[in-house]
Write a protein that binds this ligand. Sequence first.
Ligand code: FAD
Length: 405
Amino acid sequence: MKKVKYLILGGGPSGLTLAHSLIDRGVPQDQVVLLEKEPTVGGLCRSQQVDGAPLDIGGGHFLDVRKTDVLDFLFRFMPREEWNSFDRISRIRLRGQEIDHPLESNLWQFSKSDQVDYLESIARSGCIRGEPMPEKFADWVTWKLGDRIAEEYMLPYNRKIWSMDPAKLGTYWLHKLPDVSFRETLRSCLEGSPFGALPAHGTFLYPKNHGYGEVWRRMGDALGDSLVTDCPVQSIDLATRTVNDHWQAETIISTIPWTLWPGFCDIPREVSKAIKQLSVVAIDVEYVPETMSNPSHWIYEPDEAISHHRYLLRSNFCTNARGYWTETNAIRSRPTTGFRHHNEFAYPVNTLGKLEAVAHVLAWAAGNGVLGIGRWGKWEHMNSDIAVAEAMGEAARITSEITNK
Ligand SMILES: Cc1cc2nc3c(=O)[nH]c(=O)nc-3n(C[C@H](O)[C@H](O)[C@H](O)COP(=O)(O)OP(=O)(O)OC[C@H]3O[C@@H](n4cnc5c(N)ncnc54)[C@H](O)[C@@H]3O)c2cc1C
């Protein structure tokens, strides 16, 4: 039996950052252990060489960091000079052409008659007419953007990515979508140029000579003996906080999906019920060797007759790479003979009732000396920079609690 102060489950960005941040704050390295199921760390941010160049097997990953402490932390493992900077080019395929994202800032790229069509529909929307904001995502889309954008883009695209009825999604996560007002949309059409809020990753960094996984791989290497790979969590004794009958901890920090927990230990009925409410989308990433003649870094595909929902043109952001990859909700995937990576846990789904379910699970876990952080601990769409920021904050909180005791 190995006894440690902190046992971290999962070696994605959240677990890796937490391990380093605890050690940075003075916790002896032999008191921090991270268990990772796979042979390599990085979680959804891992990369693999495919057809002579890196491919991000968890989907398209770009670094857009607002916080300097997060950036400084990442540059410790991969210095700034090892990253290229890009001005984002992302497009949406609609009405037989490609329009820059976000659509509401770029309707001016359509013909005049298409612009009138979309503007008229937005002008009739519930949001403009002063109707109260709906609670269901599907109703919100039409309320906010009008029925044309809803029916031609937002609803089909969301049906593809989630493979579920958008009426089951809540609206509490919509601050993540670009918020462009009708006035800004009108102005962009009149001026013939984009106007309004820029989406995330307006500019982004991507490694010059590697895939996105490299920074996390180096972070794992720097953990030395604190990192145990090829070690899937299989059992947890909550009374003694012992994992796999081998690792005993004062505190367990879980970054792995709660939906796996019923396979590890006995869970009270009410907590099991909450866990059953957490839904997840699996994504298949598939490589296509043909290089597209197109300047975009990525393209959104709302056409429901096509299985994938996004193209990632790696030839436009990976050095010396050809080809592109696609992202598809695994339920919609078709048989392939080419390279495909299946991500069983890709998107936590923002269903109605999720926030209450997660709060219930976290409260039960905390009562058992287990903290939940990261994409799966919080069941939240956090980008990797946010996962890093959260884990750094959690390390500060845990260590200051100890100092104050
Ligand atoms: C398609 C897609 C595109 C994205 N694009 C971007 C982007 O452009 N920019 C960006 O910053 N972020 C992006 N993200 C988000 C980014 O992937 C996450 O923020 C990040 O991976 C969260 O890290 P995490 O450690 O919380 O979770 P994960 O990366 O999922 O890590 C969890 C880890 O737990 C391990 N694990 C699971 N089960 C067990 C077990 N039983 N025992 C031990 N270990 C286990 C897994 O193997 C994994 O290593 C994207 C995500 C997706 C799906």
